[in-house]
Design a protein around this ligand. Sequence first.
Ligand code: OOG
Ligand code: MG
Length: 257
Amino acid sequence: MKQESIATFAARLDTAAHTAQAIAQFAEAEGIGEHEAYAIQAASIARRLARGERRTGVKMGFTSRAKMVQMGVHDMIWGRLTDAMAEADGAPVSLSRFVHPRVEPELAFLLNKPLPAHASLPEALEAVAAVAPALEIIDSRFADFRFTLGDVVADNASSSGYVIGPWQDPRQDLSNLGLALSINGAIRQVGSTAGILGNPLRSLVAAARLSAAAGEPLEAGWLVMAGGATAAESLAVGQHVLLEMQGLGRVEFTCTE
Ligand code: OOG
Ligand code: MG
């Protein structure tokens, strides 16, 4: 695929995100493979950085069976996070910047040193300064929230927003923490961090490998979002969203216009 077409698709996705206007899927029709899709993702994030956004880390996608089944995609993917996606814990989140937002329960890692490609599980834990319960707001730029693997990779793995709860000591067993996602006081999803690759630390190891392979090894100060532990829930104005995670506390936000 020509550099020119990569730039064209990157601009199309970036504009769709910027204006909250859905676009049609294109990866299958254009014969876009995984490698080209990641090139489009990189180019669309480069446009955001050129507008002054700052890189804050990496998100993992499809690290749980629940997410793969919900979206019909069966490969692990990753995307790039920027500071413009951050929303404050407990604060109102305006839904006006999204097309059709959804929320999912995640775990976030904060790194205190770089993490090279071939880190072991204990080495990965060594690089973690803190962990937090987290909510990811995903928003596909594709109509009806439907996409192929190539589309969703190009679309930065539907990255759109993230809310990080209170940071906690990572030196505890993170492999099977119960969690409940409630909307307006009603529990909508229950699960466990075990749903994330059997242990969310495996997602961090995978993030280190994939990000380094793209020439961007994980950096000190970066966040890594481990991926949704359960299926995602649709968001609407007026909703209060709460995630409670065993031993790690809670994180929440309210949806406004
Ligand atoms: C793609 C993003 C997947 C996760 O945590 O699995 C993801 C999507 O579902 O739109 O963020
Ligand atoms: Mg996610």
